[in-house]
Design a protein around this ligand. Structure first.
Ligand SMILES: Cc1cc2nc3c(=O)[nH]c(=O)nc-3n(C[C@H](O)[C@H](O)[C@H](O)COP(=O)(O)OP(=O)(O)OC[C@H]3O[C@@H](n4cnc5c(N)ncnc54)[C@H](O)[C@@H]3O)c2cc1C
Length: 493
């Protein structure tokens, strides 16, 4: 055996699980297709990142029409968290029970908020979250306070906060995993979508993996892509990898898949065999289904007569419409700062000439509306002809449109009258989740509440694919909390 526990993927789920398991002394092997992300001038160059796609993997997926998709889905040690906005929010307590939305009711979770709460607290400690739970009326109970005070608002955000408050809105600090001084010491940019190369972001590499690798029983294999899982009956007996063109088969007593929602499902589907003809762990036919990513709209709220002097911008959120606001009191979602959009970023994202993009970016505020999307079995990841196919169907869009309307109104009242809003494109599956969902019923879910595959006795899943609902908050802290809970479960077995 190469390991007691082999973890596929070193992102939020995989790295956090490794941190939880490391003290057990078991031999943990983390297999990661990417390499460590080294510092270089591109790390803070918006032209390289937003116009040239410097860090995007050389990978092509297809949409359902067959058109090529070059996804913003990153392949480095630490996974997508290397680029994340480091917003580390808990799901609200209400998200764990069925919630009635405008276009349907969520299924609820097989795990309650109270059960997950201690792991949220541990995750906030591991990921050094900065926040103030008392500022947010929708924040669920915390057994421990955030380990650090919130990241400070810049002057223009302080003014915006006051303008929202004057409208009767309740503004709260965004819980963030970023060491501001350390981040800004490298270059004066925001952090969302910029890779961390200095240890300033609380990402999976700097926190989960760093904690795990302090233990001699934990090994990280980089540049090693898992191509197939070999199953015999109800057990995974081998993990086929491609290491710099060399094919090997690794073995472990327990295998944990944490390759990210889309690629974990794709790997299970690609590993079909005679015993599992529609893919591994797919007796329920749910692998790859229920793809969710949130309904996300970025907004540039412009006033040609005002200036935005911020550098990072991303410090506040509004949850007044999180649980209500629809025509019959249905939830609409979360509002949070997007992160400072500069001329080169806007030019890259909107295809504007740089001079115009610079003018708009410097005379506008940048904010985001995020609404829950619902699990739809027809919104799915497929594996066809050796390629990932993403048949992404949006749901619950009416709630999102209403939220965007509320946000436009709030921005106008705050003195930013011209609002330009655009939905995030399908090439950015940044909040991907749901495709191997957790449930107590083996007929309608892929993994059980302990995250073990219903159909296999030594396969677990620890990434965002297991989330049965997307809620309307950023997913990472919940992925981390579930991984810590799985760590406790595996430690006891
Ligand atoms: C620009 C951006 C901003 C974001 N901002 C936020 C935010 O502010 N807050 C938040 O909560 N979330 C944010 N997210 C989402 C967050 O990054 C993900 O929810 C989180 O990383 C999911 O964790 P995961 O373990 O499921 O997958 P990942 O963290 O993506 O990890 C998957 C890992 O598996 C590896 N892998 C994949 N296939 C294989 C294979 N075949 N063999 C070996 N290794 C493999 C990948 O390289 C990767 O390292 C953002 C994402 C992006 C892209």
């Amino acid at each position: 055996m190469d390991a007691d526990i082999l973890i596929i993927g070193s992102g939020m789920g995989g790295a956090t699980l490794a941190a939880a398991l490391a003290p057990t002394g078991r031999r943990i092997l983390i297999v990661e297709r990417g390499e460590r992300l080294a510092d270089s001038p591109e790390a803070r160059d918006p032209v390289a990142i937003f116009q040239r796609g410097h860090y995007k993997p050389n990978e092509t997926w297809r949409d359902i029409s067959g058109a090529a998709l070059h996804p913003g889905n990153y392949a480095y040690v630490g996974g997508n968290t290397k680029f994340y906005g480091a917003v580390l929010l808990r799901y609200r307590a209400e998200d764990f029970a069925p919630l009635r939305h405008i276009e349907g009711t969520t299924p609820g979770w097989p795990v309650s908020y109270a059960e997950l709460e201690p792991f949220y607290s541990q995750a906030e400690t591991l990921y050094r979250v900065r926040g103030d739970a008392a500022q947010d009326r929708t924040e669920p109970p915390h057994s421990t306070p955030y380990p650090f005070a919130p990241v400070p608002d810049e002057a223009d955000i302080f003014t915006l906060r006051a303008a929202f408050t004057a409208q009767g809105l309740h503004v709260a600090a965004l819980p963030l995993g970023v060491d501001l001084d350390r981040w800004l010491a490298r270059a004066p940019t925001t952090w969302d979508a910029f890779p961390d190369t200095t240890g300033a972001k609380s990402d999976a590499e700097n926190c989960g993996l760093a904690a795990a690798l302090k233990h001699p029983n934990v090994t990280l294999l980089t540049g090693t892509k898992v191509t197939r899982l070999i199953a015999e009956g109800r057990r995974i007996t081998g993990v086929e990898v491609d290491r710099a063109g060399r094919h090997e088969t690794l073995t472990a007593t327990t295998v944990v898949l944490a390759a990210g929602a889309i690629l974990s499902s794709a790997l299970l589907l690609a590993s079909a065999n005679a015993d599992h003809p529609t893919g591994l762990a797919n007796g329920s036919d749910q692998v790859g289904r229920n793809f969710m990513n949130h309904n996300l709209t970025g907004m540039v709220a412009w006033n040609p007569f005002r200036r935005n002097r911020t550098v990072y911008e991303k410090t506040i959120q509004i949850n007044d419409f999180y649980l209500t606001g629809g025509p019959d009191g249905e939830p609409l979602g979360n509002i949070q700062m997007l992160g400072r959009i500069t001329g080169p970023i806007l030019a890259g994202e909107a295809g504007l000439p740089l001079w115009l993009a610079r003018h708009i970016a410097d005379h506008s505020i940048h904010i985001m509306a995020m609404s829950e999307d619902l699990p739809d079995p027809n919104s799915r990841v497929l594996w066809q002809n050796g390629e990932v196919v993403l048949d992404w169907r949006r749901t619950n869009t009416r709630a999102h449109d209403l939220l965007v309307g509320r946000l436009k109104q709030a921005m106008r009242r705050a003195g930013w009258p011209i609002t330009l809003a655009r939905g995030f494109p399908k090439s950015k599956p940044s909040h991907q989740c749901g495709t191997n969902r957790m449930g107590a019923d083996a007929g309608t879910s892929v993994v059980d509440p302990n995250l073990k595959a219903h159909d296999l006795d030594n396969l677990y899943i620890a990434d965002a694919s297991v989330l049965p609902t997307s809620a309307a908050v950023n997913p990472s802290l919940t992925v981390a909390a579930l991984a810590l809970r799985l760590g406790q479960h595996l430690s006891a077995t």
